[in-house]
Write a protein that binds this ligand. Structure first.
Ligand SMILES: NC(=O)c1ccc[n+]([C@@H]2O[C@H](COP(=O)([O-])OP(=O)(O)OC[C@H]3O[C@@H](n4cnc5c(N)ncnc54)[C@H](OP(=O)(O)O)[C@@H]3O)[C@@H](O)[C@H]2O)c1
Length: 294
């Protein structure tokens, strides 16, 4: 298949490019080759390439900074996906778009299913929701909501903590926000399953919104503890000792953007329809740390 990919230098985009180029023709773009602020250029580029499918792995992902850059976040997270899906509709090809757990407000006690009511608490969550709604205007869409993405490349929580525990001798982490850390490997696997499905069936009857995360859930404090345990098991010298890691509440740690208390996504729909299984985040984190130590 000929695949048009945005965000090739991001955490997910990089993984996708590596995985998909083995079997498909990939036209992979980044900010230099396709600035997503230019919606006319987005459409022109797609009409020129005439791909079989579009994957949008680019986004404005700085959750706190988005509170100060609402207009920019809206352009990248909502208007760019609108242009991408408009071009997909015009060419009658599918689009795979990535969204976030932060479209929910976190007040539900159980895990969120795809049809649950959204209520974003932040500019990032709101602009991602607006992007989803634009993409839904094209019937041939897959919207994959995910959460707490990590990879050995790029900026993410795992990499920040990896650095902090080797430098700091005291750390406070929030213990009242729950979710599922998700490896780029799991996300890439889900997207490859969809591509394979499209390749074989051509006319897919399974378009729609899906939740895709690694298995398991945690909070930021317990996540940090797990990172500490993992690094200790690999005999990495740490400045931070376990007893120097302290749980705090969200109220004690104000951030520009408000996060949901519970953003655990229920992945049963994807697993059932595509007969897929995902790995537990702890095992994947172990593998990612190993890669980072190489
Ligand atoms: N990271 C998470 O924890 C998380 C959680 C839930 C959902 N998601 C979603 O998952 C998807 C992938 O996230 P990720 O973590 O891989 O993101 P990422 O590492 O931040 O990558 C985003 C990419 O988008 C590109 N981009 C931003 N503005 C652009 C513009 N104007 N023109 C062209 N490219 C632009 C960035 O380019 P530069 O490198 O040049 O800036 C970057 O390569 C996104 O849809 C995100 O919203 C992520």
């Amino acid at each position: 298949m000929k695949i048009f990919l945005t965000g090739k230098n991001g955490q997910l985009g990089h993984r996708l490019l590596e995985d998909l180029k083995k079997i498909h023709e990939i036209i992979a773009t980044d900010r230099n080759t396709l600035d997503l602020l230019d919606t006319q250029l987005i459409e022109d580029s797609i009409y020129q390439v005439k791909p079989d499918v579009i994957i949008n792995a680019a986004a404005y992902t700085n959750v706190d900074q988005a509170e100060k850059e609402k207009d920019l976040a809206y352009k990248i997270n909502a208007l760019a996906p609108e242009a991408l899906s408009r071009a997909a509709k015009e060419l009658d090809i599918p689009i795979i778009h990535i969204s976030t757990d932060y479209v929910f407000d976190g007040t539900k006690e159980r895990s969120y299913v795809e049809d649950d009511e959204v209520n974003p608490l932040s500019v990032y969550g709101m602009t991602k929701w607006e992007g989803e709604e634009f993409v839904r205007q094209h019937p041939k869409h897959f919207i994959l909501r995910t959460s707490w993405v990590f990879s050995s490349l790029g900026d993410n929580f795992l990499k920040s903590i990896f650095k902090l525990v080797q430098e700091k001798n005291s750390l406070h982490m929030v213990d009242d926000q729950w979710g599922s850390p998700t490896s780029v490997e799991t996300l890439s696997k889900a997207i490859q399953i969809i591509i394979q499905y499209l390749d074989q069936k051509n006319n897919s009857d399974v378009y729609g919104t899906y939740h895709v995360t690694s298995d398991g859930k945690t909070n930021w404090y317990l996540y940090t503890r797990k990172i500490l345990d993992t690094l200790e098991s690999f005999k990495v010298e740490l400045k931070l000792k376990k007893y120097d890691l302290h749980p705090i509440s969200s109220a004690q740690f104000p951030q520009n953007a408000t996060r949901p208390k519970n953003s655990k996504l229920n992945t049963d729909k994807f697993k059932k329809i595509f007969m897929a299984e995902f790995s537990h985040w702890e095992n994947e984190m172990n593998d990612t740390v190993l890669q980072m130590l190489k």
